[in-house]
Design a protein around this ligand. Structure first.
Ligand code: COI
Length: 354
């Protein structure tokens, strides 16, 4: 299909306000955004316009019933040629966006339109992609229900939009996480595998309570027994036992991270043994006291890959970072970064350059 996109450029770019030495995360937005409307039958009116507010009816159903999904992605400047922009496995985000859409009774986006919305928008705002080390352009595709109707039913109309913001690291130091045994992030048969807005809303109170206790994030456990590790705040979880790395197997209560899958494939390419299986908190404690747990790390688009300092459970803090090293996480992060920056060849076909 040929998706025509109309373009209205800003009169005055805001890029001079962008302090490349002090980027932060998610506070400053690039000049333009992409919008497309679902009219009940098709995606129409594909357009790029200056970044700015939406005008919404107070009855907009996404506000009331949460029919709202999003993706998180990053664009990088190539190290080979600073003008080239690189997207990492964007088709995986398109697929996950559509898995989220199906579960939330929302229309899917053709993969071609999804990718074209990104490349056309980023091409216009390519100067906003940070050229500083560790910097990237965070991309936020999202879709929300726009019917002004307060009966509970799937909306007829939706808006799909994309905006971008230059970002630095999401986390700046190894995290202390609290094993969460009271609250649940997701339930079997529920929406935990989607990137729907409500999953993040439901995590805010438990996270704030953990932060009041001095932790950075929660380590979610399974909603039935609260004994099995699932994922951390906005990231997937990995435990390193020497040459073997264990990560919780995917279920419908876990988010299938693109970074998670890329890390698994990269670890295997580096010669490590990766097990995707059930992983209990007790196992982590046993391995740690036996001196076999050398590293914990977490992965996500925003967070990339970062170590855990340790985890709190039942009032005790188990420091992992003091007993181990960061060999595996450093190796796999470098392996992936080198592919993203075109320092090593992309033999998997993971990057899209434009
Ligand atoms: C991402 O890693 O892109 C996420 O979706 C996390 C986000 C909520 C900051």
């Amino acid at each position: 299909m040929n998706f025509e996109i109309s373009i209205e450029k800003v009169k005055n770019s805001r890029i001079a306000e962008f302090d490349t030495e002090n980027i932060g995360f998610g506070k400053i937005f690039a000049d333009h955004m992409f919008i497309s409307d679902w009219d009940g039958e098709a995606w129409i009116n594909h357009r790029i316009v200056p970044y700015g507010p939406f005008s919404l009816s107070p009855a907009t159903s996404a506000i009331h019933y949460g029919q709202s999904i999003f993706e998180g992605m990053k664009a990088f400047a190539s190290i080979q040629n600073n003008h080239d922009i690189i997207l990492f496995r964007p088709e995986e985000n398109a697929k996950r966006f559509n898995r989220s859409a199906r579960r939330m009774a929302m229309p899917e986006i053709p993969q071609e339109l999804f990718i074209k919305s990104l490349t056309t928008l980023i091409d216009i705002d390519r100067n906003w992609v940070p050229r500083t080390e560790g910097g990237s352009l965070y991309i936020r595709p999202f879709m929300f229900a726009t019917d002004d109707f307060i009966g509970v039913k799937p909306s007829n109309k939706y808006t799909y939009a994309v905006f971008c913001c230059p970002v630095g690291p999401y986390y700046s130091k190894p995290l202390r996480v609290k094993v969460e045994e009271e609250f649940s992030r997701a339930a079997p048969g529920g929406v935990g595998f989607t990137k729907c807005a409500g999953n993040y809303a439901a995590s805010l109170l438990p996270t704030a309570l953990a932060q009041d206790e001095g932790y950075d994030q929660v380590l979610w456990t399974d909603p039935i027994t609260h004994t099995l590790v699932e994922e951390t705040g906005t990231t997937n979880f990995f435990a390193v036992y020497g040459n073997t790395i264990v990560t919780p197997e995917l279920t419908d209560t876990l988010l299938a991270g693109t970074t998670r899958e890329s890390v698994i494939l990269s670890l295997r390419a580096l010669g490590y043994n990766v097990e995707e299986r059930k992983l209990s908190v007790q196992e982590l404690k046993d391995k740690l006291s036996a001196g076999l747990l050398s590293e914990l790390f977490i992965t996500g688009t925003a967070a990339t890959l970062i170590n855990l300092d340790g985890f709190g459970h039942n009032g005790d803090y188990h420091s992992v970072i003091t007993q181990g090293n960061q060999d595996v996480s450093v190796k796999v992060k470098t392996y992936l970064d080198n592919i993203k920056m075109e320092i090593t060849p992309d033999t998997n076909g993971w990057i899209l350059k434009f």
